[in-house]
Design a protein around this ligand. Structure first.
Ligand SMILES: Cc1cc2nc3c(=O)[nH]c(=O)nc-3n(C[C@H](O)[C@H](O)[C@H](O)COP(=O)(O)O)c2cc1C
Length: 142
């Protein structure tokens, strides 16, 4: 008898939104978002990354499709941001954010430039964005 190992694809979603926090509110709110996300994302087997650049949040979440979509719907209702737009969704064989429930990678002007182009509809830059986020977040610890 032969056995086949069936792997469930990892669903990845990258979004961008407008941050509504005042500069002096950012630090404490990011800490709060990170703390709650580590618990909740971990319980749903979701991993991801959050970046703040030029007044925009750029977030990437990955895991089971239902869990990721439910989390995104919940995050969408958060009054700390608005205008959440999905930049890219894809199924993949592997995770990009390893074992981070939600890494906060700080501010990146480099990512901001790529996001600007992606929002203007330059398709190949959206794929590039995934790699750029992974690379940028590679230097952070939770
Ligand atoms: C930009 C942004 C990203 C967020 N990302 C997550 C996340 O990945 N996981 C999560 O559980 N909450 C995330 N949150 C926080 C949620 O919106 C929400 O405050 C949190 O899940 C607690 O929800 P509750 O009070 O209904 O339990 C994020 C919030 C913002 C503004």
């Amino acid at each position: 008898m032969t056995w086949q190992i069936l792997t469930v694809p990892i669903f990845k979603s990258i979004y961008v939104s407008e941050c509504l926090l005042e500069p002096d509110e950012v630090g404490s709110n990011i800490a709060q978002i990170k703390n709650v996300s580590i618990l909740k994302n971990n319980s749903l087997d979701i991993t991801g990354c959050l970046i703040l650049c030029r007044g925009r949040f750029v977030g990437a979440l990955e895991g089971g499709r239902r869990s990721v979509e439910a989390t995104l719907e919940h995050v969408r209702q958060d009054p700390r941001h608005r205008g959440m737009v999905t930049l890219r969704e894809e199924a993949s064989d592997e995770r990009s954010f390893g074992d981070w429930s939600l890494a906060y990678a700080g501010q990146s002007l480099f990512i901001a430039g790529i996001v600007d182009r992606a929002l203007r509809g330059v398709d190949e830059d959206v794929g590039y964005l995934v790699n750029a986020i992974v690379e940028f977040s590679g230097g952070v610890r939770q």
